[in-house]
Ligand binder design. Structure first.
Ligand SMILES: [Ca+2]
Length: 490
């Protein structure tokens, strides 16, 4: 699981503590500021995305070009949004993303129906006629068709929002019809003070329509958007077109190819603001639509490598680094990772020549250094020279609470979460700060086979970018999920 659900729970605990600390600090005995002298200190932006604690800030100031340039980091997580703030370019002008991969398969579309167009149109699998773009190059003239339900792919919080918004539209339409029918019924009653049995059938018809509307209002069942997908080979590469606005017109859509070739992405539309890219596998028989399954991966990637030239305090620890996003959080099983997704992720690490992996994911484990996946992780580290950084877990403060794989695998660097005075003020609203310390909830070693468990501590809270679909630019979150990318960036 992403160490995000945990961190939210822990955030609540931490935020619950903050007012207690604040009230202690601002008690009447505190004479640091008098009532008629307001405290006007500037907002301490240095702690928004912490870099001072590890020496990274000073290092970047003294060596601005030693900022991760030439380094590629794989982010094993919920996927990273290529449209998020600060994640479009590196500090030396290269694309921020080398590749975006869905290793889970939840975005897969089977493309097994071949059709030839008639008068520039195809019969889509949704039943809509699809208008092609006359400018596309398709030497074979053949098109492959598929269909994808948006809700199979969208993050749960987006499904919830869209469902609510679509319900509002549905309710408004039905309530308008309902009001109209009620008026018709009143008018009918006024016009038929002594209706015959035959005339009453008209009234029964109106009443039956009203009842049916009432049922439809009570039993709202939203299947969500359903997208026609079309694939064709332009002579060089496969190109995928998704009818993101469900209007049957494909000429208003972008013809995308594998992300690593052209670094293109598009969006499912203004309402969802969910960005997507594609990869095509199995000789055009499988289209992989790559979208995030949550906000976690984008937040993590921002801590490693966001680049904000106008607001360096918002930049990540290594703004020059490039990213390979590997989605391991599968929407179909509540965002859990699978062994298959992790193996595909390791393949991508080797194919794209990644230098580091960050994995802010994991579960509790009673045994250390065991299992086929741990063997594969160790091979990538020891034989490919990849540095593998992972969160230790948020199950502290008791001893031997480190989780797998970060805390329990000796080939990986397991990262604990630390909170510094510089972080306390901007992130938790403390006017006077305490000494730096590990967060209470950060998992502790030793492992059951006697290793330390937590190899390093790093700042475990940050304001960092989140995906566009969340309708926010950035958010604060804490957890070893945030400590691991901070260490990875360093
Ligand atoms: Ca369209």
């Amino acid at each position: 699981m992403p160490r995000f659900s945990w961190l939210i729970r822990r955030s609540v605990v931490l935020f619950t503590l903050c007012p207690v600390l604040w009230s202690a600090i601002a008690s009447p005995e505190d004479d640091s500021a008098s009532a008629d002298e307001p405290d006007v200190r500037p907002f301490p932006t240095v702690g928004l995305l912490p870099k001072q604690e590890t020496g990274a800030l000073r290092f970047l100031q003294e060596h601005p070009e030693f900022d991760g340039r030439g380094v590629v980091v794989a982010i094993f997580d919920t996927g990273v949004d290529p449209g998020a703030a600060g994640l479009s370019q590196t500090s030396d002008g290269r694309p921020k993303f080398v590749d975006l991969i869905d290793a889970t398969g939840d975005g897969d579309v089977r493309m097994t129906t071949d059709r030839q167009p008639v008068d520039g149109k195809l019969d889509g699998l949704s039943g809509r006629p699809l208008t092609l773009d006359a400018d596309w190059t398709n030497p074979s003239g053949n098109y492959r068709l598929g269909l994808k339900r948006g809700y199979e792919l969208f993050p749960p919080d987006l499904v919830k929002r869209l469902n609510r918004e679509r319900r509002e539209v549905w309710d408004l339409r039905l309530h308008t019809l309902e009001a109209d029918l009620r008026q018709q019924l009143i008018a009918w009653d006024q016009g038929h003070p002594q209706a015959s049995a035959g005339q009453l059938k008209e009234r029964e018809e109106l009443q039956a329509r009203l009842d049916a509307l009432g049922d439809a209002l009570k039993n709202f069942d939203d299947p969500g958007p359903v997208y026609d997908c079309v694939l064709f080979h332009d002579g060089d590469v496969w190109r995928a077109v998704i009818d993101t606005d469900e209007d049957g017109d494909l000429s208003d859509e972008t013809a995308l190819t594998d992300y690593h070739r052209e670094q293109q992405y598009t969006s499912f539309g203004e309402r969802s603001q969910l960005n997507l890219s594609v990869n095509v596998y199995d000789e055009g028989r499988r289209l992989s639509i790559v979208a995030v399954s949550g906000a976690h991966g984008t937040h993590v990637a921002g801590i490693v490598a966001a680049y904000e030239p106008d607001h360096p305090e918002r930049s990540g620890v290594a703004p020059g680094a490039q990213i390979v996003s590997v989605k391991i959080g599968d929407n179909r099983i509540g965002g859990m990772e699978t062994g298959r997704a992790l193996v595909r992720g390791l393949r991508a690490v080797i194919d794209r020549d990644c230098d580091l992996i960050n994995m802010s994911y994991g579960e509790p484990a009673s045994t250390a250094n065991r299992g086929r996946l741990i063997e594969l992780f160790s091979e990538v580290v020891r034989e490919q020279g990849v540095i593998f950084v992972a969160s230790a877990g948020n199950a502290g403060p008791a001893l031997s609470t480190v989780g797998a794989p970060g805390g329990t695998s000796d080939a990986l660097l397991g990262i604990g979460a630390y909170v510094s005075p510089q972080m306390m003020s901007p992130q938790y609203g403390l006017r006077e700060t305490l000494d730096g310390m590990p967060y209470t909830w950060t998992s502790r070693g030793p492992t059951t086979d006697g290793a330390a468990g937590t190899d390093l501590f790093a700042p475990g809270g940050a304001f960092s970018p989140v995906p566009n679909y969340g309708l926010s630019r950035s958010m604060q979150a804490n957890g070893t999920s945030m400590a691991s990318p901070n260490a990875c960036g360093n």
